[in-house]
Design a protein around this ligand. Structure first.
Ligand SMILES: [Zn+2]
Length: 189
């Protein structure tokens, strides 16, 4: 039998009507009480009542200043489009696909003439949210720890390895210029 704080799905048996009263979030059927919603059980032994409280599984909220991990999927003249995958250090998944936009002025603290000279398609970036209320969400990779954390060779699709501050393709020996994060290749996100 379930206990208080157990997580239940609709249809889970949560009690017998001989023993407890069906409260909010439950229904009675043929002497048994079932959860009618997804949530957590609470058994009130004094009132002899069982209720199910809706699970407040609020997805992680994206806030200004938060560091996120994203994948570059489009490069336009003034902005790179980034799929935000997760919040750094938070394992919970985000609700669906969240788009971020990285403006050309938010790549380095110096002038960038072309976005593609600093980042490329498929690059995985660590970025800071500068305005979470915009769609797409405004991102920045100016800070030292921000920027590309994983990148693949455009020609061979090999993961690029960091050597002497530059990323190198072990296959074709290309060393494309990238706005790298100081976390490049460390794999800890
Ligand atoms: Zn290559």
């Amino acid at each position: 039998m379930v206990e208080s704080d157990d997580f239940v799905l609709p249809g889970t048996e949560v009690g017998f009507s001989e023993e407890v009263m069906p409260g909010d979030g439950t229904y009675e059927d043929d002497g048994k009480i079932f959860a009618s919603i997804t949530g957590t059980v609470s058994l009130d032994s004094k009132e002899r009542k069982v209720t199910v409280t809706p699970k407040t599984s609020a997805p992680p909220e994206l806030k200004n200043g938060e560091i996120v991990v994203g994948v570059v999927w489009d490069i336009r003249p003034q902005v790179a489009m980034i799929d935000i995958v997760k919040i750094k250090g938070n394992e919970r998944t985000l609700p669906g696909k969240i788009s971020g936009g990285l403006h050309i002025s938010k790549i380095k603290d110096s002038y960038v003439s072309e976005i593609s000279s600093e980042i490329g398609y498929g690059d995985i970036v660590l970025a800071k949210i500068t305005n979470a209320n915009r769609k797409p969400i405004d991102l920045s990779i100016v800070d030292k720890e921000l920027g590309i954390i994983k990148s693949y060779c455009e020609r061979c699709s090999e993961p690029l390895e960091l050597k002497d501050g530059k990323v190198t393709c072990n296959d074709c020996k290309r060393t494309p210029h990238k706005k790298l994060s100081s976390e490049y290749g460390k794999g800890q996100v």
